[in-house]
Design a protein around this ligand. Structure first.
Ligand SMILES: C[S@@+](CC[C@H](N)C(=O)[O-])C[C@H]1O[C@@H](n2cnc3c(N)ncnc32)[C@H](O)[C@@H]1O
Length: 345
């Protein structure tokens, strides 16, 4: 399926940044999530909360599909065993379609996703064998579009599961209401809408360190990404559009306690140079990078310095705030685990 011929061309401003262009940009930004405590995998929570499985052929549309990680994960877990006449449809919509080319090999996705879901280690060879039987290219339709512009190839009222993972925070406030109305227009009447995002306090320490970087460079700090569709806004907005809204709010900490983790934490700050539109204001990329290095590393090194108390060696740690959420909404009541999800409407 070619996206080049898609009827829709989103504005250039949506064709974002180095952050999403570089070969490791997307995943580099999320690599830090592995250091969140308690750890959570929101996409897995979504799949399991809804009991999605291969017995339920359905149309899935993933908005802001990036490098197709979520759709590949779905396809790999459910596609193979579905009879051909009852196969699911997987639709990716993304403004920055260059990311489709970053999609990693299916085997890699399979191994990570399946092993993770089963809590198994990479040494389990029986699983690896079954993974190699999977088709090389599950049918993922790939389109150019965005939350407010769905390509004409997709029929209204046709989507069972409409997802928007970690994408809402790019959508400015003025477009948020339309983004949800647009999703509803393309969903079936009993369709389900899933959205993960971050709260206003997410990575607050990063924001403070960025402000220090701005100070050193004599420029303004970047506008907060949290102006987008945050957890707080989702809690207000979704109930206006859906009869039933459920939220899993996940407060946690990003815990950095070694050099590798520190580098993983710092890298997205550098990649964010364009995302935040620091671009025009930053003197040059080199000065920006070295200011990030100095300030972020300085602070982390300081926090990681071990102390000796009463003769006991206590390793240091650096913390940032992790605040993420998963919301699920529908016009039909859903049976979601009340120990995880609060029904907000
Ligand atoms: C942080 S990434 C998340 C990618 C993927 N959904 C995931 O969970 O890994 C955000 C994605 O949203 C896309 N994006 C930015 N603005 C958007 C918009 N207005 N509508 C839809 N997607 C958008 C970006 O190009 C990027 O692929």
């Amino acid at each position: 399926m070619s996206f080049e011929n898609s009827s829709l061309q989103p504005p250039d401003s949506l064709l974002l940044s180095e952050e999403y262009r570089s070969s490791d940009g997307v995943r580099a930004r999320f690599a830090v999530e592995q250091y969140t405590r308690p750890y959570i995998d929101l996409e897995a929570e979504y799949i399991y909360a809804l009991g999605l499985d291969k017995g339920m052929p359905a149309t899935h549309l993933d908005m802001g599909a990036s490098d197709l990680a979520y759709l590949k994960r779905l396809a790999i877990e459910f596609h193979l065993d579905q009879p051909t006449e009852k196969q699911s449809r997987y639709i990716a919509v993304e403004p920055n379609v260059l990311q489709y080319q970053q999609a990693i090999g299916l085997e890699q996705v399979a191994l990570g996703a399946i092993l993770h879901a089963l809590g198994k280690s990479k040494d389990d060879h029986s699983l690896e064998q079954s993974i190699h039987l999977l088709p090389n290219d599950p049918v993922i339709e790939q389109y150019r579009g965005d939350a407010n512009h769905i390509p004409s190839e997709i029929e209204k009222g046709s989507v069972d599961y409409y997802t928007m993972f970690k994408t809402g925070y790019h959508i400015p406030e003025k477009d948020q209401d339309l983004a949800i109305r647009t999703a509803k227009e393309f969903m079936k009447p009993d369709g389900v809408y899933g959205l993960s995002t971050s709260g206003q306090k997410h990575k607050s320490v990063t924001r403070l360190l960025e402000a220090e970087v701005a100070d050193v460079l004599g420029i303004l700090p970047p506008p907060r990404m949290n102006q987008g569709l945050t957890t707080e806004r989702v809690g207000n907005l979704l109930p206006k559009h859906f009869k039933h809204v459920y939220m899993l709010d996940h407060p946690g900490l990003i815990v950095i306690d070694n050099a590798q983790a520190a580098l993983t934490y710092i890298r997205p700050a550098k990649l964010a140079i364009n995302l935040y539109n620091w671009g025009n204001r930053v003197p040059n990329k080199k000065a920006f990078d070295s200011a990030i290095d100095k300030i972020f590393k300085g602070r982390i090194e300081n926090d990681l310095t071990p102390i000796i108390r009463n003769g006991v060696f206590i390793p240091g740690k650096f913390y940032d705030i992790a605040s993420t959420s998963l919301s699920i909404a529908s016009d039909y009541e859903l049976d979601l685990d009340p120990r995880k999800f609060i029904q907000i409407k």
